[in-house]
Design a protein around this ligand. Structure first.
Ligand code: ADP
Ligand code: MN
Ligand code: MN
Ligand code: MN
Length: 375
């Protein structure tokens, strides 16, 4: 253990040394030229029951690539104070659409100082399972729903009481129906500029509630991109004010408002090579998700408060029930109408919450569906 701690200290010292050597800016004949860029390191913390995103920035000279770094895990529920170093290992480096220029965003997984996965690192298992069943080439399309807040109320809601009941808000237009479009559009463009495979956006059923979709992309990359897209949404909301003059915050809570208001989910669409060629394979995948203890196993990892969201009302089956159906938005798993028509395609697991961990969700789906398909 001591030599491992020494190892990471050596790495850090080396980085500190190169910090001192680095030219921040240099004057050229054309004027001042930036010789450094900012890398915003982003990671998932250990907050329970739902992890939060964290980030901090590091300056690199243009010749340097963002390498491993570390942070104080005792401040993120990831370490004790007397052994607080947690390692950040870059898994996805993109252009930074917020700072622009040559600046970068660096999505990281967390490691122990011996370079093994940190207990809160759910990506490592996702990557291993995806690799194990790599021959089946699973793709995912994630529909991330979320709710904007200004202060304590959803964006556009009165301070006391409620807006008009649901009905006109979904895919609506006009200032009486739509709240937060500026953030939505900035976020959509930022995702494109960062190279995220964002597929689209739409306003949702509850006022102030929206959705964006990422995919189809293989795991774990699709989950890297989803976490990054979540971070960008939080970050862009910081800079945009709502009608009450407060900045806009984002909630991924599964049931942000109790009562007859829609919950927020993360419908998970997926396919294997076989499903993209055969309807029988699509139906077999839907069946595999319902076998034995699988429904309970999946529900347990589909996000905090899943029982409050999956009530059997509001376009979902109950959390303790499992059935699939063609075109059925009241089912646990839906086979899209178009897929039944085409006789091939993908299926949609409607159960994951908006606040789910997409590494856990995609890992479980690959494991359940691919182990059944190869049995
Ligand atoms: P819904 O009708 O449920 O609202 P969306 O259009 O919001 O559906 O989302 C469907 C998602 O399915 C998109 O993200 C899309 O990229 C994804 N998708 C499409 N084809 C496939 C496929 N073959 N495998 C996995 N995902 C797919
Ligand atoms: Mn959708
Ligand atoms: Mn939706
Ligand atoms: Mn859907």
């Amino acid at each position: 253990m001591a030599h491992l701690t020494r190892k990471i200290r050596q790495i850090q010292n080396r980085e500190r040394h190169s910090d001192r050597m680095r030219p921040g800016r240099a004057v050229t004949e054309q004027g001042i030229t930036t010789m450094a860029y900012i890398a915003e390191y982003i990671w998932i913390d250990g907050t329970e029951p739902t992890a939060k995103l964290r980030s901090k920035a590091k300056v690199f000279s243009d010749e340097e690539k963002p390498g491993i770094w570390a942070f104080d895990g005792s401040s993120t529920n990831q370490a004790a104070g007397d052994a607080s170093d947690v390692v950040l290992n870059p898994v996805l480096v993109t252009h930074d659409p917020i700072r622009g220029g040559g600046n970068k965003l660096v999505v990281c997984e967390t490691l122990m100082v011996d370079m093994s996965p940190h207990p809160t690192n759910t990506r490592a298992k996702c990557a291993a399972t995806a690799e194990k069943y790599g021959a089946l080439d699973t793709w995912f399309g994630l529909e991330q729903e979320y709710t904007f807040f200004e202060g304590n109320a959803p964006l556009g809601w009165p301070d006391n009481g409620f807006p008009a009941p649901q009905g006109g808000y979904y895919c609506g237009v006009g200032a009486d129906e739509i709240f937060g479009r500026e953030v939505v559009n900035k976020h959509l463009q930022a995702c494109i500029d960062a190279g995220i495979h964002i597929a689209g956006i739409n306003a949702e059923v509850m006022p102030g509630q929206w959705e964006f979709q990422v995919g189809p992309v293989a795991a774990p990359r699709v989950a890297d991109e989803l976490w990054l897209a979540r971070w960008l949404l939080h970050r862009i909301g910081e800079d945009v004010k709502g009608p009450k003059g407060m900045p806009i915050s984002v909630s991924f809570a599964a049931k942000p408002v109790a009562g007859d208001w829609n919950g927020a989910g993360c419908h998970t669409n997926f396919s294997t090579t076989e499903m993209r060629e055969s309807y029988d394979a699509c139906e077999a995948a839907a069946k595999a998700l319902g076998v034995g203890d699988k429904p309970g196993l999946h529900i347990a990892s589909y996000g905090e408060g899943v029982e409050q969201r999956l009530t059997g009302l509001h376009e979902t089956a109950r959390y303790d029930d499992f059935f699939y159906g063609v075109s059925d938005r009241g089912a646990s798993v839906r086979i899209p109408w178009q897929v039944a028509q085409d006789g091939k395609g993908y299926i949609e697991d409607r159960r994951p919450n908006a606040n789910c961990d997409p590494y856990l969700v995609t890992q479980l789906i690959i494991d359940t569906v691919c182990s059944s398909a190869t049995a």
